[in-house]
Design a protein around this ligand. Structure first.
Ligand code: FVT
Ligand code: MG
Length: 330
């Protein structure tokens, strides 16, 4: 039988396969999320995220030095805020001497080339565990935006390279951009969580920071009044285009693996860089299966991250960044 077009010809050996490879994952694509806590010389494992720790600032700086040497040159920062510093407005989030601000300065001092991307959202600072200020039992969009601007300016003041608002309030990219321009921080970027879905895949992250919405009949029990409904796709495009128009530099889509249809669709529609968040639940699933011997950990990590890039991501926020860097450097 004559088959003129045989796809298998270009799969004959590894060298031919590498010649025709369309997507190549590198350490330049990776952003490592980092959890920081008060104290010194201590690290606490996060049980639902094997291999991931909350660390005190001194150990965080060491970790950043190690990541940078391995080629992971961007970190995304999250603080574990003590209960006595929390309030409804998240006041601690714009304390210029707060843990976040001190951490940003310490990392930029020790590893000046590291791109520092602090999370901008109130939930770790909120007594209610919401990303917004509660007014009359509801998440108050515009009051929250005012707080996010103060928080953003204090992160910029501390030396942050790129701010990552993850709250999903309407209009906050424009508000933060205006604040940065007026404050003289014209080179500070905004990586906007433009299409962030209300997802059950954030569970392990919330246990890491103890930042889940609190059980309280007077406040919304979940984040569905601001994060997106996972039944929707067109709405993601509307969210993305608004943030582009408001002055975002990079657009985030989150979660990652179950949402790659959204990534591919947004990739077709915009030319700004796209970040994708391979979230805690995705990491936990892979680790649980690997620990049971049901998946090959290393192969599954490289495959998932490469497929996220293939869908259209320019950068990937992933708890597997360090492990992936070790594998990619081999
Ligand atoms: N703003 C950061 C997150 O909500 C992270 C969620 C996750 O990794 O599950
Ligand atoms: Mg929006």
């Amino acid at each position: 039988m004559i088959i003129y077009s045989r796809n298998r010809r270009l799969r004959t050996n590894a060298t031919i396969r590498s010649l025709v490879q369309e997507t190549v994952l590198t350490t330049n694509d990776l952003v490592m999320p980092i959890f920081v806590m008060e104290g010194s010389n201590t690290q606490e494992p996060i049980p639902s995220m094997p291999g991931i720790y909350r660390r005190t600032l001194d150990l965080t700086v060491k970790e950043c030095q190690e990541l940078y040497r391995m080629g992971v040159k961007a970190v995304n920062l999250y603080m574990k805020v003590s209960e006595n510093l929390k309030d409804n407005k998240g006041t601690e989030s714009w304390n210029n001497n707060g843990l976040m601000q001190t951490t940003i300065k310490a990392i930029k001092d020790a590893v000046p080339g590291m791109i520092v991307i602090p999370d901008v959202a109130l939930d770790p600072y909120s007594i209610y565990g919401h990303d917004g200020i509660i007014t009359n039992g509801k998440v108050d969009n515009d009051a929250t935006n005012d707080a996010l601007v103060k928080m953003s300016l204090s992160h910029a003041e501390a030396g942050a390279d790129i701010l990552a608002p993850s709250d999903m309030m309407d209009g906050r990219v424009a508000a933060i951009r205006t604040g940065l321009e007026e404050g003289g921080f014209t080179d500070v970027g905004i990586l906007s969580y433009a299409a962030k879905y209300a997802s059950s895949f954030y569970g392990p992250f919330r246990s890491a920071l103890d930042s889940a919405p609190k059980e309280n009949a007077d406040i919304p029990k979940d984040k569905k009044t601001y994060q997106m409904d996972f039944h929707n796709s067109r709405e993601a495009m509307d969210e993305v285009l608004k943030d582009v128009a408001e002055g975002a530099d990079i657009i985030m889509i989150k979660p990652g693996m179950p949402y790659l249809d959204i990534v591919a669709k947004v990739r077709e529609a915009i030319d700004l860089p796209i970040a994708v968040y391979n979230v805690s639940g995705e990491y936990a699933m892979l680790k649980a299966a690997a620990q049971n011997g049901w998946l090959d950990n290393d192969k599954a990590i490289i495959e998932s991250l490469t497929c996220i890039k293939r869908a259209g991501a320019d950068m990937i926020f992933t708890y597997a960044a360090k492990e992936a860097a070790i594998l990619l450097n081999q």
